[in-house]
Ligand binder design. Structure first.
Ligand code: ZN
Length: 133
């Protein structure tokens, strides 16, 4: 949709838990639009979120997932009938949106920063929304 502030991407995840980098989806869209502003990346799910962290060493994403699993193991005490309360809690911990400034059609991410879709109950096809007002 030309001129629309909303860009929607579908991302297929491949594991129950996965940090999938989506930086290039966002960066390419902003490069095509140009200009400056604040980009909001929003993930409209209750068992998947979004975060910014290191993308140079893939082990950082692996270590973050490992520690989120230790922080929030699945539990017999959970009552939610879907059995995925751990995924809902992890989603709340990482959050569902990030805001990133951009200038001259370029995200102002730090050298080592990447944007990650955080899957906690996959594999599924997820939606990532990018708002460029
Ligand atoms: Zn659920």
């Amino acid at each position: 949709m030309a001129g629309s502030p909303l860009h929607t991407f579908r991302v297929r995840t491949e594991a129950r838990e996965e940090l999938r980098e989506v930086t290039s989806l966002v960066a390419d869209t902003i490069a095509a639009k140009g200009g400056s502003g604040l980009a909001t990346i929003f993930v409209p799910h209750t068992s998947a979120g979004v975060t910014i962290n290191e993308n140079a060493d893939r082990d950082v994403a692996r270590d973050m997932l490992l520690w989120l699993q230790r922080l929030v193991p699945n539990s017999d005490e959970f009552r939610h009938m879907e059995g995925n309360s751990d995924a809902h809690i992890k989603t709340t911990l990482v959050g569902n949106s990030v805001t990133i400034p951009y200038t001259g059609g370029r995200l102002r991410l730090g050298t080592w920063q990447g944007i990650y879709l955080c899957e906690f109950d996959g594999p599924r096809t997820r939606t990532v929304e990018l708002f460029l007002p």
